[in-house]
Write a protein that binds this ligand. Sequence first.
Ligand SMILES: Nc1ncnc2c1ncn2[C@@H]1O[C@H](COP(=O)(O)OP(=O)(O)OP(=O)(O)O)[C@@H](O)[C@H]1O
Ligand SMILES: [Mg+2]
Length: 459
Amino acid sequence: VGETVTLQQGAGEFFNPVLNEQQKLAVKRILSGECRPTPYVLFGPPGTGKTLTVIEAILQIHCTLPDSRILVCAPSNAATDLICLRLHQSNVLKPGAMVRVNATFRSTEQIDDMVKPYCKDGDDIQKALWFRIIITTCNSAGMFYQAEIRLGHFTHVILDEAGQASEPETLIPIGLVSEANGQVVLVGDPKQLGPVIKSQMALAFGLNVSLLERLTSRDIYLRDEDAFGAYGAYNPLLITKLIKNYRSHSALLALPSKLFYHKELEVCADASVVTTLLHWGKLPRKGFPLIFHGIRGREVREGHSPSWFNATEAVQVMRYCCQLAKNENAAVSVTDIGVIAPYHKQVEKIRFLLKSIDLADIKVGTVEEFQGQEYTAIVLSTVRSHESLFGDEKNCLGFLSNPKRFNVAVTRAKALLIVVGNPHVLVKDPCFCALLEYSLRNRVYVGCDLPSELEHLQK
Ligand SMILES: Nc1ncnc2c1ncn2[C@@H]1O[C@H](COP(=O)(O)OP(=O)(O)OP(=O)(O)O)[C@@H](O)[C@H]1O
Ligand SMILES: [Mg+2]
């Protein structure tokens, strides 16, 4: 398992000086392409620097291998834009190096101003092929099958959030990689959102299992303490697992680490970032940056829309945003606040409310749109509030009751997480119930009365 790669920046240097040893090794492996044609896998819990490592790998490939042509994809526009933004922020690439290709129907309104300039040359697919780094969603990569493209045009196909894509979706970009010497890199976390599959038949036959998840359950990717003990128990040629979390305050990390990652997440975040709100006036307990705000609101659907909203929760979310953004002592910029709701209707309602008080710049979106993202403060509205449907509890909570969706929602915050929801309903879901118990034990629950099974935790 020799290290024979020369990095662009000179002996042992990386463009990003903060990379840890595991991340550096992953970059070197990807660059050396020793595992070809087997895909290289980079996986690990939220905030462990998977995307950061991908960015370094792209820069190193681009600068070290002059003949390389890289296709970088993610299943959602949000995760794809994030790669473009982070490459831009690296300040390494010269103009004309990368292009962001969008689906023809994508409205420019949703695109970050920093990303917009990279989209211009992406409108003409033939022109886009001149760029050595092409960034697009997995589905939009399909447009390259219509273009005049040399077989094996791409030397590298890199997929971030690969766990969120269905296998056929993943195969769209992979089908474009050079058969002769192409390198495929799959990056993601099988414990975060998987592909959304609506057909029951497709579900029954396993279409909800991503390629990342299926591959990593094959022998060569499995943990093997005896053979690879010195390399974190995985074959370093093929796979790297990251476990140091650089995103969140320890109080926010403890529960997801216990529920989904056998408590193996290490808290490594920059203290000057994650402790900024420990003395915020609205915290029930200073020094513990979590609030669970219980509200017995009402869930509503409009007309025939399948999407739910909850006005009482929307107003409470607006209050918190206002207190965060407009309070002189708080010093949270609007661009550092994210609001998550599991339903599009609630997202719309909250956007409308925030616009009415000049806070339209706060990002509001569904959990899907937040996968891969991070914000200093996150406000989550869980929406569902129908207390009488106890017969079929899972159905009553709909797709809110999904551990992967829960995991993504609660791991986006760096310094503060506020959850607004109805404890009488959420107690029926194992993950939200664990969050309620955690909040009560740590004395950060505020709001309405509690269901009888939790009352004993309220001192
Ligand atoms: N080695 C490191 N040193 C310091 N900060 C780091 C390091 N690695 C990552 N970070 C920071 O940690 C945060 C999370 O990184 P990143 O978004 O790449 O994680 P991720 O694994 O892709 O998360 P997700 O699963 O949510 O997509 C970012 O702010 C990043 O800059
Ligand atoms: Mg990421």
